[in-house]
Design a protein. Structure first.
Length: 151
């Protein structure tokens, strides 16, 4: 994994560079060779000019690109949150690509069903006594509209 760090309006110190590399190594090391190139862009936020906020954008090259952006007053905190988000996004992208390739490799088979709650009809539990209760229509339904009274 190759990490490229670029900065605009931010001074990249050795501590900041080490922090970015350490966080990304922790976040992306479990994906191994699947992660190709990582680009980190650090700058001040363009959105809110009245507040001084730092912006961290991370791009990860997989078979498709994964992009994450975080802002915070503290640049180190923005890097932390962006690194954790990019780890989740990369895991999701890899899982999505794997299930997609699985379904494309076997055209006769459908995707595996995801485990989930039982069907709504199977969860319905009513007592026999509840079926015997007479339900009266509400007063609004019993009244005839003025149009129907004359007809």
């Amino acid at each position: 994994m190759r990490i490229r760090i670029r900065a605009r309006d931010v001074r990249v110190t050795r501590a900041l560079r080490a922090h970015v590399e350490l966080r990304l190594a922790f976040a992306l090391s479990r994906f191994g060779a699947q992660v190709g190139q990582v680009a980190v862009h650090l700058s001040t936020s363009d959105e809110r000019r009245d507040r001084a906020e730092s912006l961290c954008r991370i791009w990860v090259r997989l078979p498709r690109a994964v992009k994450v952006q975080e802002t915070d007053k503290d640049l180190f905190a923005a890097v932390d949150r962006a690194a954790s988000r990019v780890a989740r996004s990369v895991a999701h992208a890899i899982e999505h690509d794997r299930t997609l390739s699985y379904s494309l490799a076997q055209p006769g088979k459908e995707k595996r069903p995801r485990p989930g709650p039982p069907a709504v009809a199977a969860r319905r539990t009513t007592s026999p006594a509840a079926d015997k209760v007479k339900r009266r229509p509400t007063p609004a339904l019993r009244r005839k509209s003025p149009r129907r009274q004359g007809a």
